[in-house]
Design a protein around this ligand. Sequence first.
Ligand code: PLP
Length: 211
Amino acid sequence: MRQATVYIDRNAIQYNLNRVKQLATNSKIVSMVKANAYGHGIKDCLAALNASDAFGVACLQEGLEIRELGFQQPVTLIEGVFSEDEMPIAIKQKFECMIHHQQQFEWLIKHKQAYINQGLKVWVKLNSGMNRLGFKNPEIIEVIKTLKSEGFTCVLAMHFANADVDHPLNEQQKQQFLQVKQACDPVLASCCNSAAIYKWPELHFDYVRPG
Ligand SMILES: *Cc1c(COP(=O)(O)O)cnc(C)c1O
């Protein structure tokens, strides 16, 4: 078998980040570096993306790696914690959690005071068609309203299943997101991955999540 070599250009990554900054001037940028920065090598990518407002990773372990490498930016765990005992660690490290099922909601409520005291927001995932993770509409509206009444600051979040192509689901997902956002108003919002950042400037909202 032939050996394949991949060259990662730090300048190109930095250029891409600046491009996103130009496109989404009013949004914070959560650079997605899950799965070892998509297999690019987390350390060099973090250095290239140091000017990001935050980093997004899939699990606690990946978040801890960011801290071990010395990066102190806010981190969002895009699938939240996987068990209750991860919660105090996430809070201590200032990792914001995404919640997408009832159990995570309950863990969050249990650790409410510590979580809020750390100034952490909670990301609440709308399942609007990707059908992997998330609360459905209208259940999610109740979830967010309850969290708000408990004193949490919420970020309504969604992931487009097919943002990179013209697909009928895109419009459907968009409409659902806007409807839930309005029903939860005021609420912070985030729904754009890389392709969506380019295609739908009207959906940049508070945080964009380029990968
Ligand atoms: C991976 C991921 C992104 C980035 O997606 P790209 O298509 O690589 O831009 C954004 N948001 C979430 C929740 C993700 O898991």
